[in-house]
Write a protein that binds this ligand. Sequence first.
Ligand SMILES: CC(C)(COP(=O)(O)OP(=O)(O)OC[C@H]1O[C@@H](n2cnc3c(N)ncnc32)[C@H](O)[C@@H]1OP(=O)(O)O)[C@@H](O)C(=O)NCCC(=O)NCCS
Length: 205
Amino acid sequence: MEIVIANKSHIVYADIICKTIAEAAQVRGTGIAKREPEYVAAKMENGNAVIALEGDKFAGFCYIEAWGHGKFVANSGLIVHPDFRNLGLAKQIKEVIFKHSRTKFPDAKVFSITTGLAVMKLNSDLGYKPVTFSELTDDQSFWKGCQTCKNYDVLTRTEQKMCLCTGMLFDPKNNNKTASKEVKENVFKRLKNIKQNLFLKKDKK
Ligand SMILES: CC(C)(COP(=O)(O)OP(=O)(O)OC[C@H]1O[C@@H](n2cnc3c(N)ncnc32)[C@H](O)[C@@H]1OP(=O)(O)O)[C@@H](O)C(=O)NCCC(=O)NCCS
């Protein structure tokens, strides 16, 4: 498996990346925004993405976004092709993209919003802590990205204070390496259930 910083030569994979993200969104039904091939291609061209390939087969992808004039960085669009899941690939991709983000934007806070337990675990391993949305970027172009998520109405109903996603933040200034990085799986599951009951009540039959 090859995991590299993507470049122009990888643009041929932009379509399959977006298709794999769209299929995952359909299966999961929540918390994954749509991405367009042109957007993914631009990330590759600018050296702001990581791609994993097995030979010439697409295996995984993630990209960097900078917000609030580079004060915040997000590692977004993490996707592992179903043929390569549960092999530790997402963990490796996240490590490479996180290191790359820290090199390109050493002073930026790195954040993530996610409903996925796998991503919460990966973020915790890298030193992210759960935070309220108010600690994340207020750059509206970031939050606009949520418009294609099916839970967007929840975000607007709460005036962007909370949603089904959990916000997580790595702050280079308080990077306390000794703090426990262990994710309390039950706590996250309970939190997710509470949020679903609170916000998706209408959908229940
Ligand atoms: C989520 C996803 C990226 C994980 O990729 P992966 O390569 O299978 O993950 P890894 O094998 O590296 O596993 C990383 C950790 O997450 C855990 N994990 C993986 N899939 C999981 C799942 N569905 N539920 C809970 N935990 C999961 C693993 O056990 C592992 O934990 P550990 O380090 O404690 O052993 C992949 O399933 C995927 O692309 N899903 C669809 C898109 C998606 O949900 N993206 C995230 C958007 S927020």
